[in-house]
Ligand binder design. Structure first.
Ligand code: NDP
Length: 361
């Protein structure tokens, strides 16, 4: 008897059904040129692993991974990882046009692949906002539908706030007596974390660190508290430092100047802390990272040196929105994240089995 073969039309039908499946998306990028080269190698494009920044400026977006996620409720969803080929050095070397093109092209690519809700990871949303890309809706023949995208910042801010709460307990830091410095306080994530610290946790002192004085004063007025400080002044006073500044490269920290114990929650991508501090009493925690209770079927997180089951909270936000079928831009614009929305996405996070990453004590 001949081998049982399915007719070609059956596969076409499966394929079209498949493309109708609800799917989430993640737009990501490497942290540096070196990281881009290593990622190319990892993905099997070794011919690109020695290419320079100019090559990456011209590289188009592509689907770098297919993802399957299972919730602890038993629900399953699928997603796609869109590599934008943006590299933070493009900003440092003032290749702004290339940087903005990368983000818009990646968004068009996600939409073309029918992804319902896509997270703009790392610098993607920062570039989108800072360069006012909402004014550019047309990418070649595609009109971008912005309600298919979310920054993922509400979930990121919620997770960082919970990391402050839970990791401080691990170290025996009493928040009622603690000083918390937020570096990047006026940013989208930073301001939301400050709102949470102000209203939901009984924190003794909040130090507001950023460069633009007017925005700092506006945040201070909104919170009705908080000391505005430069980073150098703030670090020796802080029991906890939350790092959420949009720095293309991290700053070097002198561990001797820090309090002991000191909890450093680095939520930046790339990392805000440019050096690894290995010193008694200084505890560095990867900020804005969640751990899923179940295995996730994907490879791409191996390229960012994050252990199995861990992922960026902004990526998890698009998964949560897909699980809950909360389509639309859950997180959008700047400095509009409310405590209610943080609680809402936080509830979904717990329901589907995501937990804030804590210290490995
Ligand atoms: P925003 O652009 O909204 O805010 C950035 C903040 O950093 C502002 O307060 C800005 O103020 C401040 N800042 C920038 N440069 C410096 C500097 N050199 N020194 C002190 N403050 C500085 O960014 P987001 O809130 O969207 O993102 C913050 C960080 O979080 C980024 O690194 C981003 O990649 C990362 N991120 C992590 C995610 C995760 O899932 N873990 C998800 C999304 C983002 P000013 O310009 O006045 O100094």
């Amino acid at each position: 008897m001949g081998r049982f073969e399915l007719p070609h039309s059956y596969f076409s039908m499966l394929q079209s059904l498949y493309s109708l499946l609800p799917m989430f998306g993640l737009i990501g990028h490497p942290t540096s040129l070196e990281h881009a080269q290593a990622t190319a190698d990892f993905l099997g494009f070794s011919e690109y692993s020695s290419m320079d920044l100019d090559f990456w400026c011209g590289a188009p977006p592509f689907i770098a991974d297919e993802i399957k996620v299972t919730s602890v409720t038993g629900d399953q969803i699928e997603g796609r990882y869109v590599e934008s080929c943006f590299i933070p050095e493009m900003l440092a070397t003032r290749r702004m046009k290339a940087a903005t093109r990368k983000i818009l092209n990646a968004m068009a690519h996600a939409q073309k692949h029918g992804l319902n809700i896509t997270a703009l990871g790392g610098f993607s949303s920062i570039i989108f906002e800072n360069f006012e890309l909402s004014q550019i809706k047309q990418v070649r023949n595609m009109t971008l539908e912005f309600d298919r995208f979310t920054t993922g910042n509400t979930h990121t801010a919620y997770i960082i706030a919970r990391q402050v709460e839970q990791a401080s307990k691990q170290l025996g830091i009493d928040l009622g007596k603690a000083t918390i410095a937020v570096c990047g306080a006026t940013g989208d994530i930073g301001s939301a974390v400050c709102r949470w610290l102000n209203k939901k946790l009984d924190v003794a002192e909040i130090l507001l660190v950023a460069r633009n004085k007017e925005r700092l004063e506006a945040l201070q007025a909104e919170l009705g508290r908080g000391k505005i400080m430069g980073l150098e002044e703030a670090l020796p006073e802080a029991d906890i430092v939350v790092w959420v500044a949009s720095m293309p490269q991290g700053v070097q920290i002198d561990g001797d100047r820090l309090k002991k114990p000191c909890l450093m929650i680095d939520g930046g991508y790339p990392k805000n802390m440019g050096n690894k501090i290995q010193m008694d009493g200084v505890y560095v925690l990867n900020g804005g990272i969640v751990e899923h209770s179940l295995d996730i079927d994907w490879r791409i997180m191996e390229t960012v040196d994050i252990p199995h089951r861990q992922l960026f909270a902004c990526f998890a936000e698009s998964m949560l929105l897909e699980f809950e079928k909360w389509y639309g831009s859950f997180s959008w614009g700047r400095n509009m994240i409310t405590l209610e929305k943080m609680e809402m996405i936080g509830g979904a996070s717990v329901k589907h089995g995501f937990k804030p990453l804590l210290l490995p004590l």
